[in-house]
Every structure is written in structure tokens, then in C-alpha cells.
Write a protein of this length. Structure first.
Length: 128
């Protein structure tokens, strides 16, 4: 196994072993050992932090996935609509913005863009 993979497995395994050996320490860490009700202490302390962190992370990841370029493995922000707005691509993958004619990494996006342009010129792709 690679050293990174070993470390990636060893750290969570060590955490699980530590929690198993010292459960009171973990309870103190998340703040549920000093209250009269464990449920109240959890949901007003660590649970609230956990749910807000997961919620914000979900929102940020969803926004990024919505805004990034639709070309395969492109991490740039897609600002230019292609194929009537069906896809959004970055300036690197949009032919009319950069003027590039080299082979694109996203052939399906380019084909959809060309098809849309042909439909718009013939009048079949107009919106009502």
C-alpha cells in the first residue's frame, strides 16, 4: 500500500480505538458529560456545530458544482452558455470567446453548440 493510503486508514482507526478506550474523554470533548440531559447538551453544543458545518459545506459544494465548467475534469468557473444554455463552459473551452479551433476535451459540448447554432440559423430553434 502507498504511505498516504496507510496514513488515511491509520488516523481514523486510531481515533476509533481512542474513543473505544476512553469514552469519557470523547463525551467530554463533545460536551455531553456535564449536563443533566445528554440530548440537550449534544444538540445545543457539538450537534449544532456539526449540523451547521455539514449544511454550509453542502451549500458551498452544490454552488461550485452548479457553476463550474461542464467540460470533463475542468475546474474553472463556467460563465459562457453553450447550446442554448444547456451547458456552461469556461473561456478556455468556448470557441467563440478564445477563437481556438484545436480539439476540445469536451466534444459533446462542442457538438451540441454547433447543432444549436444550425437550428438557430434555420429558425427551428427559436423560443416561443
Amino acid at each position: 500500500m502507498r504511505p498516504r493510503r496507510i496514513a488515511a486508514l491509520a488516523i481514523p482507526a486510531a481515533a476509533v480505538i481512542a474513543i473505544g478506550l476512553f469514552p469519557h474523554g470523547f463525551n467530554h470533548f463533545i460536551g455531553i458529560d456535564t449536563q443533566s440531559s445528554d440530548n440537550y447538551a449534544f444538540f445545543s453544543g457539538f450537534g449544532a456545530w456539526l449540523s451547521s458545518t455539514l449544511g454550509l459545506t453542502t451549500i458551498i459544494v452544490t454552488m461550485y458544482k452548479h457553476l463550474n465548467c461542464h467540460a470533463d475534469q475542468c475546474m474553472r468557473i463556467g460563465r459562457f452558455p453553450v447550446a442554448g444554455g444547456a451547458y456552461k463552459v469556461c473561456r478556455h473551452h468556448h470557441e467563440h470567446v478564445t477563437g481556438r479551433t484545436h480539439k476540445l476535451t469536451a466534444d459533446a459540448i462542442r457538438a451540441a453548440h454547433i447543432l444549436h447554432q444550425e437550428l438557430m440559423h434555420t429558425g427551428q430553434g427559436r423560443r416561443a
